[in-house]
Structure formats: structure tokens, C-alpha cells
Ligand binder design. Structure first.
Ligand SMILES: NC(=O)c1ccc[n+]([C@@H]2O[C@H](COP(=O)([O-])OP(=O)(O)OC[C@H]3O[C@@H](n4cnc5c(N)ncnc54)[C@H](O)[C@@H]3O)[C@@H](O)[C@H]2O)c1
Ligand SMILES: O=P(O)(O)OC[C@H](O)CO
Length: 341
């Protein structure tokens, strides 16, 4: 039986470990670094802080020992926050064999370097094949086997298909997409817009506002993405508009919930204390703001959210800035299509 090692027992790692175990075709081990959480999961078969009221299947192995978890694993699933990916890769490096496939589900960009996760993996584990799984997939719904669709993306189509086969179930439909850059950027950058949608909700704006943010948000994501080498069509797929829709509208979204609290007047510290889990959009905003300057791309929504988060600007003033910018015509961006061909 093939073995899959899930690194990170937060909400998403745990939900995917449950899904794979229930498929009954793989030997799945869920690794955590946290002894208290390890004991809780072993004793209660629950991971209460991350996935309330969900039971862990008996066949799912829980581990705190990294070396044995990784040993003989065909697939190593990285399910830790983006900012932890490099340190986790450095920790596992001595135990990883070249034929083990690295699958990443983190949706973010490295703060210090602006790098995508595939670029970090290339630097730290240059000999391993890499796949990113992305798309609209909240952990709470994956764990309850709500029908969901995602993409498996790799430069190597055979490896993307291998991972597609492993993760496909009657409740999870997996497509392949060769555009790793677009898939990774879609997943990371939608968090910024979701945070903004949350701010709008927290301020009591309406559905019109959110629809405008989502529509113009995917445009600015695509604008940057194309300059960075992504394909335009990826942004109209599951890891683009699909994930943007779910994150901007769902109460499961930590990014949206964080935005709501900021819109209601809470400080960033109070907000993070309340959410407790990772809110990737906060770092992504800073990185995307820098990238927009580097690539000379207009990203007005990201810019205003940056001002809210990093310059403590008033949220109402930032919305007014967005509304009163220079007038523009929507179709001018047809040029994007030409750029991405
Ligand atoms: N939760 C979701 O619905 C969901 C869906 C798709 C993708 N993702 C992405 O998956 C990634 C993980 O998200 P999550 O929701 O599971 O986060 P989470 O906050 O629920 O859990 C993160 C886990 O990583 C562990 N961790 C943090 N730093 C670590 C380190 N240095 N070494 C080892 N373990 C470490 C934490 O202890 C925790 O168990 C994020 O990038 C997120 O965007 C989440
Ligand atoms: O809870 P969020 O906002 O981090 O979103 C989680 C996933 O990216 C949804 O697909």
C-alpha cells in the first residue's frame, strides 16, 4: 500500500488526512510538531482546536516523529502556513529521498523573498517532483465530504496526474493544470481580495460592493500574474475565480473573517488573537504590494488594503480612494489576453 505523510495537523492537513484515509487505499500518517495536540488526537480521535466535532478515522496514524513519518512515504504533503514552509523543508531535508513527491497546499508567498512555494521547494529540495493542489476547498467542508473541485498542478503532467488519482474521490473532483505559476498566484493573491471583501462586510457595505471587489480583484490578480508568467485562463478557473468566490463569501474563510473584524474597528492584534489560525492574506498583501511595484502593475485594491494594514489608514478613506481614482474603461484590459498567449 502506498504511504502518504501529511506534515501539519492544522485544519487543512487534518481534513485531507481524513479524506485520504477514508479512501481506504493508502497508509496515511498525520504529523504534528505539537505534543499536546498529538496526545489529544491520539486519546480523543479529535483535533478540536482546528476541526470542531470531526472524528479522526481509526486507520489514520497520528505521529510526532518526523523521521518515521517520512520513511517510505510516496507523497509528502506540506500543509503548514506559507511562512513555515522553508523551515519545515530544511528540517525534513535529511530524511527525504529524491523519489518522494512533494505536494503543497499552502497558499501564500514568502515574506522575505516574494517567492512562490514551488520556488522555495526548488531551492531546498531541488531533486524532488513538485505538485501544488489548489482551488475552493475549505477544510471544514472537505472533512464533511461536501462535493468539492480543485486542481493538481505540476510542470510534470505525469506527476500531476498521479496526484490527481490519489486525491480523486466521489466527493473530491481533481483537474490537472500545467500552469504552476498561475495556480500558485491565484491561491495566494485571492486572500488579499477576501480580506478586502471582509472589510467591506464589516463596514456594512452591500452585495454590490463585494461583487465589484471580486470582479476587479481577479483583474488585478491576473494583471500581476501574467507579468509573472502565468496563463490568463488559469484565473478564470478553480484556483482563480473559483477560490476567490469561496473565500470572499464563506464564513469559513479566515481571511474574510479577519477583514470583517478590521472593518468593525478591531486592531490587527485583536483580530489575529480572535481568529487563531493562519491568515495568509496579511503577508500576501505586503508581498503583492512590493511585486506590483517591481513589475509595474496597477493593483489598486491591494494598494489600499496595504495602507489599512501597514500604514494604519482609515478603511472608509481607502474605499473612497478606490471609488474616486482616475476614470477608466473596463475593456482596455483586453490587452491582457494578448500578453498571455
Ligand atoms: N483551512 C483551509 O480551509 C485551507 C484550504 C486550502 C488551503 N489552505 C492553506 O493551507 C495552509 C495551512 O492552512 P491551515 O488552514 O491548515 O492552517 P492552520 O492555522 O489551521 O494550521 C497550521 C498548522 O501548521 C502548523 N505549523 C505552523 N508552523 C509550523 C512549523 N514551523 N512547523 C511545523 N508545523 C507548523 C501549526 O501548528 C498548525 O497545526 C495555509 O497556507 C492555507 O492557506 C487552507
Ligand atoms: O480560510 P482562508 O481564507 O484561508 O481560505 C482557505 C482556502 O484557501 C479556501 O480555498
Amino acid at each position: 500500500m502506498e504511504k502518504i505523510c501529511v506534515l501539519g495537523a492544522g485544519s487543512f492537513g487534518t481534513s485531507l488526512a481524513i479524506l485520504l484515509t477514508n479512501k481506504n487505499e493508502y497508509n496515511v500518517v498525520l504529523w504534528t510538531r505539537d505534543k499536546k495536540q498529538y496526545d489529544e488526537m491520539l486519546n480523543t480521535r479529535k483535533n478540536e482546536n482546528y476541526l470542531k466535532d470531526i472524528y479522526l478515522p481509526e486507520k489514520l496514524s497520528i505521529s510526532i516523529d518526523l523521521e518515521s513519518s517520512l520513511q517510505d512515504s510516496n507523497v509528502i504533503l506540506l500543509a503548514v502556513p506559507s511562512q513555515a514552509v522553508r523551515s519545515v523543508l530544511r528540517t525534513i531535508k535529511p530524511y527525504v529521498k529524491d523519489d518522494q513527491i512533494i505536494v503543497n497546499v499552502a497558499k501564500g508567498l514568502e515574506k522575505e523573498t516574494g517567492l512562490r512555494i514551488s520556488e522555495i521547494v526548488k531551492q531546498e529540495l531541488p531533486n524532488n517532483k513538485y505538485v501544488v493542489l489548489s482551488g475552493p476547498s475549505h477544510a471544514e467542508e472537505i472533512a464533511k465530504e461536501v462535493p468539492t473541485a480543485i486542481v493538481s498542478s505540476s510542470q510534470d503532467i505525469k506527476v500531476a496526474e498521479y496526484i490527481q488519482n490519489i486525491f480523486s474521490t466521489s466527493k473530491l473532483r481533481v483537474y490537472t493544470n500545467p500552469d504552476v505559476i498561475g495556480v500558485e498566484l491565484g491561491g495566494a493573491l485571492k486572500n488579499i481580495i477576501a480580506f478586502g471583501a471582509g472589510i467591506a462586510d464589516g463596514l456594512g457595505c452591500g452585495d454590490n460592493t463585494k461583487a465589484a471587489l471580486m470582479t476587479r480583484g481577479i483583474r488585478e490578480i491576473a494583471r500581476l500574474g501574467i507579468k509573472m508568467g502565468a496563463k490568463l485562463s488559469t484565473f478564470s478557473g478553480l484556483s482563480g475565480i473559483g477560490d476567490l468566490i469561496v473565500t470572499c463569501t464563506s464564513m469559513h474563510s479566515r481571511n474574510r473573517r479577519a477583514g470583517i473584524l478590521i472593518g468593525q474597528g478591531k486592531s490587527l492584534d485583536e483580530t489575529l488573537h480572535e481568529i487563531k489560525m493562519v491568515v495568509e492574506g496579511i503577508t500576501a498583501t505586503q508581498v503583492a504590494y512590493e511585486l506590483s511595484k517591481k513589475y509595474n502593475v496597477d493593483m489598486p485594491i491591494t494598494k489600499e488594503i496595504y495602507k489599512v494594514l501597514y500604514e494604519k489608514k482609515d478603511v472608509k478613506e481607502c474605499i473612497e480612494n478606490l471609488m474616486l481614482r482616475d476614470k477608466a474603461q473596463e475593456l482596455e484590459e483586453v490587452v491582457l489576453e494578448k500578453l498571455s498567449l
